[in-house]
Design a binder for this molecule. Structure first.
Ligand code: PHE
Length: 454
């Protein structure tokens, strides 16, 4: 043969893999969503249900995705085709690609807001404004049809520049720098928040279970949040898994990343709730919690602009390492299935995502009256992906690994052809075969009949 086959791009180091996967997992889900969802669903009680979902459903799904990706050596759709040729399992991959579009649509909108807020903090625009004025400022900003969309497009462009550069030279290189930055910032903010007088009340709220506010819907939200926060159910980790080396220990990596993601969500709660309580604000303030409540709180602290700026940088960095992974799902699919270059695949993916994204942004202005099932485009993209597509995708993934894939193949992949011990194998099989499918189905069925849209 004259031309050697060009190998697939891959991650170059163990730390690179952890940074990239944790970068995908840690995002707006941890810092923007988790605190307000926990706040609305009983604080500590929600945290317990969430931990249970991560342990018995999230981690098994993550291991399954890594297995499919590394074994299939392809994008989320192609990996199913290569492991199960001639079957329809690839539909799970297609659903994942659709979910990637949906999530990117609303996620990039919120990611864009972080840029506006970094800008406002750095230019001292919050200074001297009352909480009411800050709240009005947020509403005026998102109700503007142009400005949020422009920030959103800038965010999509930054994401694309990194993705175009490739797995090792783009994704790995940048996440290895950004993740340590993120960790330092969140720790600084935790210290600041914990040392506020009256902050302990917030810690109590976060850790003390109040089971009276738990309903079936909160359990659905806990599961949806676990999928969203761990980047599960749409092939992100199938795609990333396909770039792992054959030496990577899939089980241990899944445990490490899930642990890191959960710790960061809890730290975000620790950074936010004490501040919220110290200033006597309602914890269940909804999506506005970090964009309205927090800037108001920062203004009442010494060096408030500084803390506001680093908080929104934290949020922006967390969002960026996640949008990279969401875009990569679509880019890997386009590049491999349409056989086009990474560059063209990224342009195509970013272009189509931008159209959907701008529609999501306009949900707060020109399109605010346009609703489907009682939700705006933004709300519908969020609800349907988080609470339906991701759990459904996760269900297909555990059924595929638990019931379709041959045990020998599975064992080989998890043990790197017998070179490492798979001490968790039996529990893993039990979880993927029975616990996860049953748990996800029960929650999904409940949500169709009771949770519902609207
Ligand atoms: N896990 C990311 C977060 O918590 C969001 C995400 C979802 C990323 C699905 C990739 C896939 O913000």
């Amino acid at each position: 043969m004259l031309k050697a086959k060009v190998g697939r791009d891959s991650f170059g180091s163990k730390f690179g893999i952890i940074a990239a996967v944790a970068g995908s997992a840690v995002g707006l889900g941890n810092i923007w969503k988790f605190p307000y969802i926990a706040g609305q669903n009983g604080g500590g009680a929600f945290l317990l249900i969430y931990l249970l979902c991560v342990l018995v459903i999230g981690i098994p799904v993550m291991m399954s995705e890594f297995t499919i990706g590394r074994r299939g050596q392809k994008n989320a759709y192609g990996a199913f085709k290569s492991i199960a040729p001639g079957t329809r399992w690839y539909l799970a991959g297609i659903m994942g690609i659709v979910a990637a579009f949906f999530i990117m649509g609303f996620y990039s909108a919120v990611a864009g807001w972080t840029l506006e807020y970094i800008y406002q903090a750095v230019t001292h625009q919050f200074a001297g404004r009352s909480p009411e004025e800050i709240s009005e400022g947020f509403n005026a900003f998102i109700q503007n049809p142009i400005r949020p969309a422009v920030w959103q497009l800038i965010f999509i462009i930054i994401t694309s520049i990194i993705v175009i550069a490739g797995v090792r030279r783009g994704i790995e290189k940048y996440t290895k720098i950004l993740m340590p930055v993120l960790l330092v910032i969140i720790l600084v903010l935790c210290v600041r928040s914990l040392t506020l007088p009256g902050g302990m009340e917030g810690i109590r709220f976060l850790f003390k279970p109040d089971f009276s506010s738990i309903t079936g819907t909160s359990i659905l939200y806990a599961l949806g949040q676990a999928f969203f926060s761990l980047s599960l159910g749409m092939g992100t980790l199938i795609t990333y898994g396909s770039y792992f080396s054959k030496k990577e220990n899939l089980g241990v990596t899944a445990l490490e990343v899930s642990f890191a993601d959960t710790i960061i969500a809890i730290l975000a709660g620790v950074a936010i709730f004490p501040a919220v309580f110290a200033f006597g604000i309602e914890p269940g303030a909804g999506p506005g919690l970090v964009f309205i409540t927090l800037p108001g709180i920062f203004q009442q602290m010494p060096a408030g602009d500084f803390f506001a700026a680093i908080f929104f940088i934290l949020l922006g960095v967390a969002a960026l390492t996640s949008t990279i992974s969401i875009l990569e799902v679509i880019v890997a699919f386009f590049a491999e299935e349409l056989r086009i270059s990474r560059r063209n695949a990224t342009i195509l993916a970013a272009g189509s995502v931008s159209v959907l994204g701008v529609l999501a942004s306009l949900s707060f202005s020109s399109l605010s009256d346009f609703t489907i099932f009682g939700k705006t485009i933004f709300g519908l993209l969020d609800y349907s992906s988080t609470n339906i597509l991701l759990p459904l995708g996760g269900l297909c993934i555990v059924l595929f690994i638990g019931w379709y894939v041959k045990h020998l193949l599975l064992y080989r992949e998890l043990s790197n052809s017998g070179s490492i011990r798979v001490w968790y194998y039996r529990s893993f099989i039990f979880l993927v075969r029975f616990v996860a499918p049953f748990g996800i189905s029960a929650i999904l069925i409940y949500s169709i009949f009771y949770g519902g849209l609207g």
